[in-house]
Write a protein that binds this ligand. Structure first.
Ligand code: SF4
Ligand code: SF4
Length: 442
């Protein structure tokens, strides 16, 4: 006890996870900060645990979010070079079709990305390759990327790309080409549980199973870490009632295959309604709140990497609230939200423009959710009073508008996640696990 008592503190404005002596926390709770040594106060200030202003911190946060959403130095293009997908996943509401960028659309898309790169205000350009399945347009991606990378290098603009892929058409050689020629720095591959659990949920249209293919690929990538030093590999696991029992076995398999390299990261995402009603597949919140911390604990125990708490700020919730960001589908139609293309009725109702008739240097027109950040200032909106706003950004405006609370699961699992963080740091809990203000003994 005594000065060996600490509390873990998650400072969302950092974000930082800190251990702070309990007597310091007690002074803060009792409003007796003046009793603390000056150097302690100054360290608390430097880590944003204390602020030297009477203004509510949320005001600063809202200003920060608004400024970030108007930051003209960072342009984001989510591109769907094809609407085709070779899988037919059980929870996907996309109505895919064989359309892809034709010559005119491709030229229009290139013109927009190149105009952004050449704009003197631009310092960063990020292209996110989406689909359908983007690897069905692999050669188009390489061709366009070559133009973007050359122009960015000439203009001294930092350029990088990311891709969400089902992995079925990826090979190590293709990944290497994307890494070298398309500056691919972040790839997300979905694996929905172990073996046949994955195969049942993520069906190939041909009926071919993909678990072994994708896991063998990921294993080879993990073994070639030195060739992909700047690539983050996200393994996304969509949690459903059907696959939840097999995720533990998936982790064992991942560990056995060496996927505990530093550039591998596991994302646990409870399934929600992606363009269709998935309620029959969802686990209850209570079950998720028991299961997710167990899985995180197991993953970390095996040396796999996954976040206990968000480790970065989320200044802008998503592309739908940032006019410097846009999505262009395979027909050249511009949208603001990634869940509009290929999903009815948004696909037709929420087209903002087309690359064939919009000035390539103009920002996209305002979309359905561009006013969302302004609404955050309204005290009746939950996010405007929320401690987690700096690391959550207000989550998904589409879901808020559809009256679905999109708060991330970690916000309901604080006690267990603090316990996991404490275990990681070799600390032992000395209080009831249901207590969110956890005291810990080193
Ligand atoms: S979405 Fe939920 S957790 Fe995120 S800022 Fe809003 S109220 Fe907070
Ligand atoms: S509004 Fe929601 S679904 Fe649309 S881009 Fe933003 S987070 Fe994604």
């Amino acid at each position: 006890m005594g000065n060996r008592d600490y509390r873990l503190v998650y400072v969302t404005t950092g974000p930082f996870l800190l251990t702070i002596p309990s007597f310091v926390i007690d002074c803060m709770i009792k409003d007796r900060v003046d009793a603390l040594p000056r150097e302690v106060i100054s360290r608390l200030l430097s880590r944003h645990v204390l602020v030297d202003s009477d203004e509510p911190e949320v005001k600063d946060e809202l200003k920060h979010i608004e400024d970030a959403s108007k930051d003209k130095s960072h342009r984001i293009f989510a591109l769907m070079p094809t609407s085709l997908c070779n899988m037919h996943c059980s929870y996907c509401g996309q109505v895919t079709c064989p359309l892809h960028f034709d010559g005119r659309v491709s030229a229009g898309v290139d013109a927009r990305v190149l105009a952004a790169i050449e704009n003197p205000k631009t310092r960063y350009v990020e292209v996110r390759w989406y689909g359908g399945e983007p690897m069905m347009a692999y050669h188009r991606i390489l061709a366009s990327s070559g133009r973007y990378v050359s122009s960015a290098d000439r203009q001294h603009v930092r350029y990088w790309s990311s891709m969400s892929t089902n992995g079925s058409l990826m090979t190590v050689d293709r990944l290497q080409a994307l890494y070298d020629e398309a500056r691919l720095r972040n790839v997300t591959v979905t694996v929905d549980g172990y073996g046949d659990c994955h195969n049942r949920s993520r069906l190939m249209r041909s009926g071919r199973p993909t678990y072994d293919f994708i896991m063998n690929l990921l294993q080879r990538i993990a073994g070639k870490q030195s060739d992909f030093t700047q690539l983050l590999v996200n393994i996304r696991i969509n949690i459903t009632a059907a696959n939840a029992p097999s995720i533990s076995q998936l982790f064992d398999d991942m560990s056995a295959r060496g996927m505990n390299e530093d550039n591998f990261n596991i994302q646990l995402i409870p399934v929600y309604d992606w363009g269709q009603d998935n309620s029959a597949m969802k686990l209850s919140k209570a079950t998720l709140d028991r299961l997710m911390p167990q899985l995180i604990r197991q993953a970390l125990h095996l040396g796999l990497h996954t976040g206990v708490f968000p480790s970065a700020r989320r200044d802008v919730a998503c592309i739908a609230v940032n006019q410097q960001a846009e999505l262009i589908d395979s027909r050249g139609s511009l949208y603001s939200c990634t869940e509009f293309p290929l999903v009815k009725p948004y696909e037709e109702n929420d087209i903002l423009a087309n690359v064939l008739n919009l000035n390539s240097a103009a920002l996209r027109p305002m979309g359905r959710y561009d006013g969302w950040i302004g609404r955050l200032e309204d005290a009746s909106v939950a996010c405007s009073r929320c401690t987690f706003l700096p690391v959550c950004g207000g989550a998904c405006p589409k879901r808020w508008q559809e009256s679905i609370h999109p708060c991330p699961p970690f916000t309901r699992q604080l006690s267990e996640r603090f316990n996991i963080a404490a275990e990681q740091w070799g600390m032992t809990s000395i209080t009831d696990p249901s207590d969110d203000q956890k005291s810990l003994k080193s």
